[in-house]
Each structure stands twice: as structure tokens, then as C-alpha cells.
Design a protein around this ligand. Structure first.
Ligand SMILES: *[C@@H]1O[C@H](CO)[C@@H](O)[C@H](O)[C@H]1NC(C)=O
Ligand SMILES: *[C@@H]1O[C@H](CO)[C@@H](O)[C@H](O)[C@H]1NC(C)=O
Ligand SMILES: *[C@@H]1O[C@H](CO)[C@@H](O)[C@H](O)[C@H]1NC(C)=O
Length: 343
């Protein structure tokens, strides 16, 4: 039997337990309601419909469900092949693909459109996960008070190859939309002749495109020959882009994406290898430039700078690819946590 003293102590202990439980409960509800308020504020700021996005606690935030990838593709870099795969697999993998269509194919968005685009992409939860693609220069979401930044990806191509491809594309189109009459259809001048006669269509200034695409929406980005722009493009390429591949090694680009972000890119490699549609787009009637033409173009400052960006991107890409299986070529790198303290 308990003595009255023991009974008294027991009551005190029980009371203490009840009080501390109540205290924690109050703390917890307070915390939750703060979270809910934050979530609501975030949702209304983003202008989106209600969703689990802002409601979920960090530990349960669904990164895959909220994945937004922007592929601001540079014209004539093989981007259509990649986008075709994305369209083929969007239903199976359950994500959305959206094309960004800007008036007259402009690469720079107006200021009001920058705001709309950034808010729309961030808040449009019904589209998530999503892949947006378009011929648009890099746009930094953090300048617009956004809570989340999307993942940027891109491909670069050897600048002269890209120019030659574009040159013939304007004249002969491609096998993708063969009946579409292109801007320079009927013009039979070869690229070599064009360079020899110093025509504007093959002016090295036309190669100034990959640098401004990576550099972004600043005026200086669009000044052919700007060292600042080249530097900014490099900075963005490593700091703001998740992955930049090269057209010449597209399969490895796809493989790296699939391994890193399977929620979107699952099955891309296999589809790329086996579907004949992914290789479909080829500029018709392309004549390779002569050695003299190549030598002349390589003398230009613009080629040298664009090529510097290409080589920079290539080195970064090959470095990233190599790290996948170092030191053992036959094994993917792994990592884990250990020595977790306190127990
Ligand atoms: C973009 O929109 C314009 C206007 O609606 C349309 O004429 C054009 O074909 C579109 N571009 C593409 C590539 O679909
Ligand atoms: C984004 O834009 C589309 C098309 O204009 C619109 O239907 C959608 O409601 C917008 N979403 C948000 C969150 O603003
Ligand atoms: C391309 O794909 C289609 C349908 O999937 C198939 O009928 C055709 O034989 C393929 N062509 C080549 C060259 O593989």
C-alpha cells in the first residue's frame, strides 16, 4: 500500500508530466500555425492555387514533385532532338513540357514579361514537375524575390559548326519541317562563297550567340566581343546551370541528366538510342566549309571568344562526367553517412 506521502509525490509527478505535455503541445501548435501562415503567404505571393508546395515541412518537401527545369536552348545546337524525347516521354513519366514562345523569337524578355514569366513558372503548381524550353537568354530568378529557383540546363556546340548549320538552315530548311519556306530560301550561295565575298550572313558576329545566351539579360551581354560578357557567361555556366552538355556528346549529357534527375529524365537514354525520331532533324544540303574558310573564320575575335566558352563548357562537362565513376571505371561513385553522433 502507498503511504500518503508517496501518494502525494505521485500526484506531483503526474501533474508535472501533464504540464510539460501541455507546454509542448502549445509550442507545437504555435509552430504549425506559423508554418501554415507562411505557406499561405507564400502561395498567395506566388499567385498559385493551393497545393502541398508551401505547406510541407522542409523534411517532407517533395523535391521531385516541384521540379522545374528550364532548357534555354541555343538555336542550331541539336536541341530539337532533346526536346523531341521530352515530348515523347512526358505522358509516361508524368511531367509537363512547355514551349516558351516570345514575340518574333526575341531572346530577351521585356521587363514586365520577365516578372510575369518568373512568377508564372514559380507559382504554376498544376504544371509541376515541368520542363520549359525556348530560345531565351538566361534569366536569374533570384532578382525577382522568388522563393525557389528553377534548374537550368543547356547544350553548346562548336561555334563554327553552329554558324554553318544555321547558314544552310536559312536556305534549305531541314528534314523536320521540310515544307516550311525559310528566310533565305532560293539563295544558292555556299558558305565558302559567302565568306569570300564578306557577306553579312557569314559575318563572324553572327557567332555571338552562345555567350549572350549564358550571359543573360544585361545590355553588355549582346555586345559582340565583350570580355565582360564572356566572363559573365562562364560564371553563370558554372554557378547557375545544373548541367551544360555539348552537342557532340549528347548521349552522355542525357545519361547524366537521367542519373541525376530520374523523376523527369527516366528512360531518356534508351529512347535516344532507339528512337529514330531523336536523330531526325538535319539541315538539308549542308556543304562543309573549305580549309581556307575555316582558317579565315578562326582568325576572328568573335570565333576565338565563342570557342573559349565552348572549350570551357566542354572541360566542365567532361570533368562532371568523369567524376561519375572515379576511381573505378566500372562502378558508380557512392556516398553514405556514418559516425553519426550523439546516438
Ligand atoms: C509563336 O506564336 C505565334 C503567334 O501565335 C505563332 O505564329 C508562331 O507560329 C509560334 N511559334 C512557334 C515556334 O510555334
Ligand atoms: C500561368 O500562365 C498561364 C497561361 O497564361 C495561366 O493559365 C496560369 O494560370 C498562370 N499561372 C500562374 C500561377 O500565374
Ligand atoms: C523508325 O521508326 C518507325 C516506327 O517506330 C519504324 O517503322 C521504322 O522502321 C524506323 N526506321 C528506322 C530507319 O529505324
Amino acid at each position: 500500500m502507498l503511504t500518503s506521502k508517496q501518494l502525494f509525490l505521485l500526484i506531483i509527478v503526474a501533474a508535472l508530466v501533464v504540464i510539460s505535455c501541455a507546454f509542448y503541445w502549445i509550442l507545437f501548435t504555435e509552430f504549425r500555425s506559423n508554418r501554415l501562415a507562411d505557406g499561405a503567404a507564400l502561395r498567395s505571393a506566388a499567385g498559385g492555387p493551393s497545393s502541398s508546395l508551401a505547406l510541407s515541412a522542409p523534411a517532407t518537401y517533395d523535391f521531385d514533385q516541384n521540379l522545374v527545369v528550364i532548357y534555354n536552348r541555343v538555336p542550331k545546337t541539336g536541341s530539337t532532338s532533346f526536346v523531341n524525347i521530352a515530348y515523347d516521354l512526358c505522358k509516361r513519366n508524368k511531367y509537363h513540357v512547355l514551349h516558351i514562345n516570345v514575340t518574333a523569337n526575341m531572346h530577351v524578355l521585356s521587363l514586365p514579361n520577365q516578372v510575369s514569366f518568373v512568377r508564372n513558372v514559380t507559382g504554376w503548381n498544376a504544371m509541376k514537375p515541368a520542363l520549359y524550353h525556348g530560345h531565351m537568354a538566361f534569366l536569374d530568378f533570384s532578382r525577382f524575390q522568388m522563393p525557389f529557383k528553377p534548374i537550368y540546363i543547356n547544350l553548346v556546340r562548336k561555334p563554327l559548326d553552329r554558324l554553318v548549320s544555321y547558314y544552310y538552315f536559312l536556305r534549305y530548311g531541314d528534314n523536320y519541317r521540310p515544307n516550311l519556306v525559310r528566310k533565305k530560301a532560293g539563295n544558292k550561295m555556299t558558305f565558302d562563297e559567302c565568306v569570300e565575298e564578306k557577306q553579312p550572313d557569314c559575318d563572324p558576329k553572327n557567332m555571338w550567340l552562345q555567350i549572350p545566351f549564358f550571359c543573360g539579360h544585361a545590355a553588355e551581354c549582346w555586345d559582340p566581343g565583350s570580355e565582360w560578357a564572356l566572363n559573365q557567361a562562364k560564371q553563370n555556366l558554372v554557378n547557375e546551370y545544373f548541367l551544360v552538355g555539348v552537342t557532340e556528346e549528347m548521349e552522355d549529357f542525357i545519361d547524366l541528366l537521367e542519373k541525376s534527375l530520374p523523376r523527369l529524365f527516366k528512360g531518356f537514354k534508351e529512347h535516344y538510342q532507339h528512337s529514330n525520331k531523336s536523330h531526325l532533324r538535319q539541315t538539308s544540303s549542308k556543304i562543309p566549309p573549305s580549309d581556307e574558310t575555316i582558317a579565315a573564320i578562326k582568325q576572328s575575335k568573335i570565333w576565338k571568344m565563342e570557342n573559349e566558352l565552348y572549350e570551357f563548357a566542354l572541360k566542365q562537362f567532361q570533368f562532371t562526367r568523369k567524376k561519375l565513376t572515379i576511381p573505378d571505371k566500372n562502378k558508380l561513385q557512392t556516398f553514405m553517412y556514418e559516425k553519426i553522433r550523439p546516438k
